[in-house]
Design a protein around this ligand. Structure first.
Ligand SMILES: NC(=O)c1ccc[n+]([C@@H]2O[C@H](COP(=O)([O-])OP(=O)(O)OC[C@H]3O[C@@H](n4cnc5c(N)ncnc54)[C@H](O)[C@@H]3O)[C@@H](O)[C@H]2O)c1
Length: 304
């Protein structure tokens, strides 16, 4: 069990906090949001749920960021979500401003915490947060795409999802890279099956926008997956997950996802065992993210 802070308790923040707390992973939970009364009323809801489950988590709900102290894991979902038709990258400038403020406010009060970024564009927001605070930050990266991919293949091939393996890496979103060399079904390579790579690719990259169009946002899938990332950290499970970790590019931290061992320590990544063409695609993703990051930061500084 750990002291876990939830920064932002909107749609996805609530679902993540609920999943983590109900899994018994939090000895103490901080719920922080800028909307008056929202953390407090959410706390009541959680307490009711905890009562029936017999779980004793100490919950601190607040509209004051200074109340968030000595957390060991900090999950950040604060910020704007995309509206139908928007790309995640369109959120950069608005959400980066929030990350800069949070970097300043949270890190001195929560030294040594692991910061887990969820706010989109998630990899670049992890980079903003880490470049501004120097605190170790990961983004949930393509672990969400990884599970979307496995679920789609299992459904299409009518096999249990536990028989499907493999990872998606690169940037979370439309530019994610399916690491085909890792994809197996019942231990056999993906290409032995009657399913087109393009169909898997389209599903993995397009399903979030479809869910947003109809349901207003994605919650249950990512929240459960992100809960498992936090679980692997807190319980030191050392699961291999496609989270985005910092890479140094021209003196700045830039995040892209690579299958990585996630435990109390994050790493090593499995990049070196991937074939050359996939390592090149990941490198290209890193360069692309870096260039978009720089362009957006220039725009942000220009509007400041
Ligand atoms: N990485 C992923 O897989 C994934 C999945 C779903 C959503 N998201 C992202 O998570 C973010 C939140 O999405 P949502 O659907 O929960 O949106 P939402 O609007 O329901 O919730 C966002 C919350 O952040 C709060 N907030 C804004 N500024 C804040 C600040 N400075 N400090 C604290 N709280 C603040 C808002 O008051 C709101 O309650 C979006 O950027 C969305 O794109 C990421």
């Amino acid at each position: 069990m750990a002291k876990i802070a939830f920064i932002g308790v909107g749609k996805i923040g609530q679902t993540i906090a609920y999943s983590i707390i109900m899994d018994g992973l939090a000895s103490e939970a901080f719920l922080y949001d800028v909307i008056p009364e929202l953390p407090e009323k959410f706390e009541h809801e959680l307490r009711h749920a905890l009562a029936t489950r017999g779980i004793n988590t100490n919950i601190i709900s607040t509209n004051n960021v200074q109340d968030v102290n000595n957390a060991e894991v900090v999950v950040i979902t604060a910020g704007k979500p995309r509206k139908p038709g928007m790309s995640r990258r369109d959120l950069f400038v608005d959400n980066a401003k929030i990350m800069m403020g949070l970097a300043k406010d949270l890190v001195p009060r929560n030294p040594g915490a692991k910061y887990v970024m969820v706010t989109n564009p998630v990899d670049m927001m992890a980079s903003v947060f880490m470049n501004y605070s120097k605190a170790f930050t990961i983004s949930t990266g393509d672990q969400v795409e990884t599970m979307r991919m496995r679920s789609f293949i299992a459904k299409k091939l009518k096999v249990p999802v536990t028989k499907v393996n493999g990872f998606v890496g690169g940037e979370h979103g439309e530019d994610a890279v399916i690491l085909w060399s890792t994809v197996t079904v019942d231990g056999k390579p993906f290409d032995e099956f009657q399913l087109k790579r393009d169909d898997v690719d389209q599903y993995v990259k397009g399903i979030a926008a479809e869910i947003i169009r109809v349901m207003g946002g994605t919650t249950w899938g990512p929240a459960t997956i992100i809960k498992d990332v936090v679980r692997s950290i807190v319980l030191n499970e050392n699961r291999v997950m496609s989270v985005a970790t910092p890479h140094k590019v021209d003196g700045e931290y830039i995040h892209i996802a690579v299958p990585t061992v996630v435990g109390n320590f994050i790493g090593p990544s499995l990049e070196s065992v991937l074939p050359q063409d996939e390592r090149e695609k990941l490198n290209k993703a890193l360069r692309d993210v870096h260039s978009v990051y720089k362009e957006n930061m220039a725009q942000l500084v220009g509007t400041a």
